[in-house]
Design a protein around this ligand. Structure first.
Ligand SMILES: N[C@@H](CCC(=O)N[C@@H](CS)C(=O)NCC(=O)O)C(=O)O
Length: 82
């Protein structure tokens, strides 16, 4: 099971977090969502995982990946090498 740390934007169409949620659904990957506070200073779990405080962060296959572009690239790579 993957875990997506994301912001509180209530749609998958407006921000990088939603872009990753849509990519996961497209790939058929089940995932849990953790909604983090809007203020970066209140995201200690994100910082502990990635040494930075922006979301989206995806924990998958034992790795924590940040930045939506890198996450989508990883999902592409993962599909091609399954
Ligand atoms: N380039 C990053 C942008 C990430 C980003 O802007 N995330 C927003 C939430 S969707 C955020 O964490 N904003 C809080 C802030 O920058 O203070 C990506 O594509 O992942």
């Amino acid at each position: 099971m993957a875990t997506l740390y994301r912001c509180t934007t209530p749609t998958n169409w407006l921000c990088p977090c939603g872009k990753v949620a849509r990519a996961l659904s497209r790939e058929g990957i089940a995932f849990a969502e953790v909604k983090v506070p809007q203020r970066r200073s209140r995201r200690p779990e994100v910082e502990a995982l990635t040494d930075q405080r922006r979301v989206p962060v995806l924990v998958i296959d034992g790795e924590a990946i940040c930045d939506s572009r890198r996450i989508v690239e990883y999902l592409d790579f993962r599909r091609q090498h399954q």
